[in-house]
Design a protein around this ligand. Structure first.
Ligand code: ADP
Ligand code: MG
Length: 739
């Protein structure tokens, strides 16, 4: 649980929801509670993300509110929550199978009776006997739901099913008991028990198929959860082994991992050597070699050798658990279009009830000699065909599959909006260092202009204070040299560092920083710098206010996949731009090698942000891709921000998407994923709407005056079941599309 001044954000499973209007009801009852700041219901996961003030309302209070409208909230705080929920869902599912099987078994003889012996005097009575348990016992969930809704003056899909089947049932019962009433007016007193039963049966079948498909859409999360072993082997100081449950592992524990085992928590290698398969998280197939002091990430797979690791992050804070939480939240998030759909669904049911009454009245007035029978049947058909199930499933199921597919491929999507933004991107801005290049520079040459023996320790002192990758490279290069005590030290973001050593100010940094001191370099040095830069090397200057002490050339190799990925982006018609704080000379060489025509150099961090804003003011939809070092500002301004980074330190918080590996090819894949997901959502919505738009008028009998066609209510039941099944199936198709 995430706690911030008593505000908790937690996901609870909700049971009993089956349509778009159910999500509305649960959401509105929760948000109307005191202390609840936000509630976000997801039909595809059957869960709700609630943000609430622990001081004002307890989970029990939330549960009570949800129960009052006929659903339930599982607030079990038990450790094995996921298991008890699964158990609950399994039970609910097997009950659904039973109910469906019985409804089917009893409906079939009714259909046969009505078709083969329509005029047998006993048919009606037998059907009545068979239909009663189907409608009111095996279909009782619809009546219970409708009743609870009614108590709150609300209506949902249950209301439609309950209303339509009970109208058919009671109209038939009336005709069975008082056949004279209609006969005396020259009409046939037909019974439609089989219609009521078959509608229940088909809707149950639809639900069954839908539940089955929904569990498949959640497979990515299950896979992630399965990556964590339940037990680990702990080594004590004497090397004795003992077993511990994963939940009891503490920071500092030494854990033995033999080949074939999964890495249980985050940590670092303290003994042994091995290759670790990180593909489960990064989507990268090549195993990574691990040696002493290398980091190990929970959820990855030890392949070749035995390792002893020291745990640095355990429990909720491990990378894997963060990842699971993130994916869950993203899958449960809503697109803006979803809010619109929910609004429509909210007025949908009352509208449909209104339409069905209108249908009945129209038939009674204009319907001719069969007006009562046709009117009631058409009313029933309208109620049945208009169920908003497909509408409710259209967006969340596609999101589930899309986000899950992303996590399978090492692409973390923060929320539904990110996917929608990614879909619109026409400009991709890449940071140079760490994004296009490896971000692991090393000193390739250093030229001392002043006494090396005297100044090298000072350079080392400055750079060992800085976290910047260039600084690391310099201090690694000066490995054997001791450093001084510094009196003061400051970072000059995007420019370099400054420190006072033995009462004198020293600087290491870019040419921009150097030019602020108005120091001159002779032509020989300038030529030297030009030639390094033309090789793509970053040149860094070490100087005082009076003189330049050294110039350093650092090479950072360009990533293997960079130019291929950039070509793919360009082929998609996307404008690619590189930004860097580095000097134009080096930037040009790297941009050329990566295949980028447009680059901007010597930018300070805030200038990177301004550049993004400038692009946006030209009407571009900008994606910014960076490693989170010096570019968080630009990342936060872009329409879509993608952080790239390996291991546990990724900037998940600011970025709207995160690529866990460092492979730039994942960028075109991420954009492709967003196209696929958004397209699937649109297809689903289109079909869900078109189905109602065409279905309702036909059900009302609009074709009857033209060609005598009246939709059979049983067919309407089947069509309604198929519509939600087809939406879920279309979403599942997303899983198999190529990225
Ligand atoms: P990038 O945009 O390529 O990520 P930065 O904004 O991090 O680059 O840095 C821009 C420039 O500032 C570097 O190319 C380098 O010249 C200089 N610089 C920044 N920090 C340091 C440092 N700690 N040591 C040396 N040079 C630095
Ligand atoms: Mg950078």
């Amino acid at each position: 649980m995430e706690t911030k001044n008593n505000i908790s954000k937690k996901t609870y499973p909700v049971t009993g929801m089956h349509c778009a209007s159910c999500t509305n009801s649960v959401q509105s009852i929760l948000t109307s509670q005191n202390g609840v700041q936000d509630a976000n219901v997801n039909l595809a996961t059957n869960s709700v993300l609630v943000e609430f003030d622990q001081k004002e309302i307890k989970p029990e209070g939330l549960k009570k509110a949800v129960q009052s409208i006929g659903y339930d909230l599982l607030i079990d705080e038990d450790d094995d929550q996921s298991e008890s929920i699964e158990e609950y869902q399994r039970l609910a599912y097997s009950k659904l199978i039973q109910n469906t099987a019985w409804a089917g078994a009893l409906s079939i003889p009714m259909v046969i009776l009505s078709m083969v012996f329509p005029n047998w005097s006993l048919s009606g009575i037998i059907s009545a006997i068979l239909a009663t348990p189907v409608v009111f016992y095996f279909g009782r969930r619809f009546f219970i739901g409708a009743w609870k809704q009614l108590q709150h003056k609300k209506a949902n899909m249950d209301s439609l099913v309950a209303l339509s089947t009970s109208i058919a049932y009671f109209f038939s019962l009336f005709n069975l008991v008082f056949p004279e009433t209609l006969q005396s007016r020259g009409l046939e007193a037909h019974v439609y028990f089989e219609a009521a039963a078959v509608i229940i049966f088909f809707i149950l079948v639809g639900k069954l198929l839908e539940e089955r498909a929904k569990t498949q859409t959640a497979s990515s999360i299950k896979k992630l959860i399965g990556l964590q072993p339940k037990k680990v082997t702990i080594l004590d100081e004497h090397g004795h082994e003992s077993e511990k449950g994963i939940k009891d592992v503490q920071v500092g524990d030494r854990i033995l991992i033999v080949p074939g085992q999964k890495i249980p928590v985050d940590g670092k290698v303290i003994d042994g050597q091995s290759a670790v398969d990180e593909s489960t998280l990064t989507g990268e197939p090549i195993p990574v070699d691990k040696d002493i002091d290398d980091t190990l990430t929970s959820g990855t797979h030890n392949i070749s050798g035995s390792l002893v690791m020291e745990a640095t992050k355990v429990g909720e804070s491990t990378f894997l658990n963060q990842l699971i939480k993130l994916v869950q939240e993203a899958q449960g998030s809503r697109t803006p279009v979803q809010n619109l759909v929910d609004k429509i669904a909210g007025v949908f049911v009352p509208t449909v009830i209104g339409l069905s009454i209108l249908t009945l009245l129209s038939w009674l007035i204009f319907g001719g000699d069969q007006n009562v029978t046709h009117g009631i049947l058409s009313m029933v058909t309208v109620l049945v065909i208009a169920c908003p199930c497909a509408l409710g499933l259209a967006t969340p199921t596609a999101l589930m599959v899309g986000v899950g597919k992303g996590s399978d491929n090492g692409i973390l999507v923060k929320n539904a909006q990110s996917l929608e933004h990614a879909h619109q991107v026409d400009t991709v801005v890449l940071d140079k260092t760490g994004t296009i290049t490896e971000g692991k520079p090393s000193v390739s040459s250093i030229k001392w202009l002043q006494n090396e023996a005297h100044y090298a320790p000072i350079l080392k002192t400055l750079e060992s204070k800085s976290e910047h990758p260039l600084a690391n490279a310099v201090s690694n290069f000066l490995d054997s040299i001791d450093s001084y005590k510094v009196q003061s030290f400051s970072n000059l973001p995007g420019k370099g560092v400054m420190a006072t050593v033995e009462n004198k100010n020293y600087f290491v940094g870019s040419q921009k920083l150097l030019s602020e001191m108005k120091l001159e370099l002779d032509t020989e040095d300038q030529d030297q710098i030009k030639s390094w830069e033309s090789e793509g090397e970053t040149v860094v200057y070490f100087f005082t206010r009076q003189e330049v002490l050294a110039i350093i050339g650092l090479a950072d190799s360009i990533k293997r996949d960079s130019s291929e990925a950039i070509k793919k982006l360009k082929d998609k018609g996307i404008h690619v731009i590189m930004l860097t704080g580095d000097h134009a000379g080096a930037a040009k060489a790297i941009a050329e090698r990566a295949g980028i025509e447009h680059f901007e150099a010597s930018l300070l961090p805030h200038e990177k942000g301004e550049f993004i804003q400038k692009l946006q003011s030209e009407g571009r939809k900008v994606a910014m891709i960076g490693d989170g070092i010096n570019d968080t500002h630009a990342l936060s301004l872009a329409d879509l921000s993608i952080a790239m980074g390996q291991g546990a330190d990724i900037a998940i918080d600011t970025a709207s998407m995160t690529i866990i590996s460092s492979n730039l090819n994942k960028i075109p894949e991420a954009l492709q994923l967003s196209h696929q997901t958004i397209r699937t959502i649109r297809q689903n919505l289109f079909w869900a709407f078109i189905y109602n738009l065409i279905g309702i008028p036909i059900a009302a009998g609009l074709l009857y005056p033209i060609n005598g066609f009246l939709l059979n209510p049983m067919i309407a039941g089947a069509a309604m079941a198929m519509s939600s099944v087809s939406v879920v199936t279309n979403s599942l198709r997303l899983k198999f599309m190529k990225l």
